[in-house]
Design a protein around this ligand. Structure first.
Ligand code: HEC
Length: 155
């Protein structure tokens, strides 16, 4: 026959697991910012673009990631760190100098495309960052900037 589920024990067990996983810390240190290698610096981007990208892209694609308080609590911390690592691996605007022309082209093409499709900033980020829900004008500003930077690669 079915036994009654011992909820108290299950909850206690979950609590113990929750406490234990807090000991596995996530590395939230940012690599050093070297301005000469930064995309926006190198491009001498207009202030509007700089402010917007710092606010809504640089939390996952730069060396200036600002972690919210809940990024210290496992397992949310692992999940957020995963986004940052994954985002950085795909596009690192803080280390722009390290990319080849082909890589720059591909990232700029992706940037325009992903912003145009509203895939960037990622949807879960928008829940807690209302500034990341971009207006049409903001998206158009970013896209025309990415496109003009792409054209400059071939000048
Ligand atoms: C909360 C984290 C986060 C924010 C904020 C964010 N991204 Fe991303 N970005 C990611 C992740 C994660 C990926 C990898 C997605 C994948 O491959 O499925 C990614 C991928 C990309 C890529 C690579 C796309 C490709 O070609 O595969 C580009 C380009 C990009 N993001 C641009 C941007 C821009 C521009 C902004 C700001 C308008 C932005 N991202 C904001 C997390 C973020």
């Amino acid at each position: 026959m079915f036994k009654k589920i011992p909820w108290k024990k299950v909850l206690l067990g979950l609590l113990v697991v929750f406490v234990l996983i807090q000991f596995k810390s996530t590395d939230k240190t940012n690599p050093e910012v070297i301005l000469e290698n930064d995309f926006l610096e190198m491009a001498d981007a207009p202030e509007g673009v700089v402010d917007l990208m710092h606010a809504v892209c640089y939390d996952c694609h730069s060396h200036s990631v600002r972690y919210p308080w809940y990024a210290s609590i496992a397992p949310v911390s692992w999940w957020i760190k995963g986004h940052v690592d994954h985002g950085l691996a795909k596009a690192n605007y803080a280390d722009w100098n390290a990319y080849t022309k082909v890589e720059k082209d591909s990232i700029l093409t992706g940037s325009s495309r992903f912003v145009g499709l509203k895939w960037m900033p990622i949807i879960t980020y928008k829940i807690n960052h209302s500034e990341a829900r971009l207006s049409l004008e903001q998206r158009e500003m970013l896209i025309s900037f990415f496109d003009s930077e792409k054209a400059k690669l071939y000048e």
